[in-house]
Design a protein around this ligand. Sequence first.
Ligand SMILES: CC(C)(COP(=O)(O)OP(=O)(O)OC[C@H]1O[C@@H](n2cnc3c(N)ncnc32)[C@H](O)[C@@H]1OP(=O)(O)O)[C@@H](O)C(=O)NCCC(=O)NCCS
Length: 188
Amino acid sequence: MTVLSLLPVSTERLLLRPFTPDDLDDLHAFQSLPEVARYLYRPPLTREQCAQSLTRRAAGTAWSEDGHDLVVAVCPVGEAKVVGEIVLKLASASARQVEIGWTFNPAYAGRGYATEAARAVAALAFVELDAHRLFARLDVLNTGSMRVCERLGMRREAHLVENDLDGGRWGSEYVYATLAREWKAERA
Ligand SMILES: CC(C)(COP(=O)(O)OP(=O)(O)OC[C@H]1O[C@@H](n2cnc3c(N)ncnc32)[C@H](O)[C@@H]1OP(=O)(O)O)[C@@H](O)C(=O)NCCC(=O)NCCS
């Protein structure tokens, strides 16, 4: 299937759509910031890396094998601007395990946009993509991301201790998750 055909999706305040090459300035504006990359276990992205990532996103339209992904651009309604992105990744096609992640421009933080967009993309994962389990991995120091998980009703189900190296720092992670039946029961 062409996973990009699930977009666009509208929420109360946001338009969720595929990225286009014209989004380079907006994407680079936040992906280049050290504070945004702080808990992502990689350096901030250069403009060239953002451009490559946009090319890859446009080409990646499949959703059938481990590693396939859907990257969603988030725009406030009425503003021709991308303020964040939500990524769904097919971690296991056979077990229908889907990872969700989010990255937003800090100039648009604290308005509930990340939660609103993630909620709509979680619905895509469960309703359109038939996910059995949706999970997020985040550094234990990433309290903003933790709160997004909790507002989505995800369960903290693992605490991995010093399971990765973030430069010279041992990083520890939480895994949050929710099952399709839990997500549907919550909304019934
Ligand atoms: C993680 C991240 C997306 C969270 O951003 P955020 O702005 O805290 O999240 P939201 O957009 O959902 O905003 C939620 C806040 O808006 C507030 N808010 C204000 N107006 C609101 C409204 N109308 N509706 C809902 N919430 C509103 C909420 O109370 C909440 O504040 P709180 O967390 O202090 O309780 C952001 O910090 C980020 O991009 N970080 C860098 C990348 C990253 O680390 N990603 C995660 C990797 S695992």
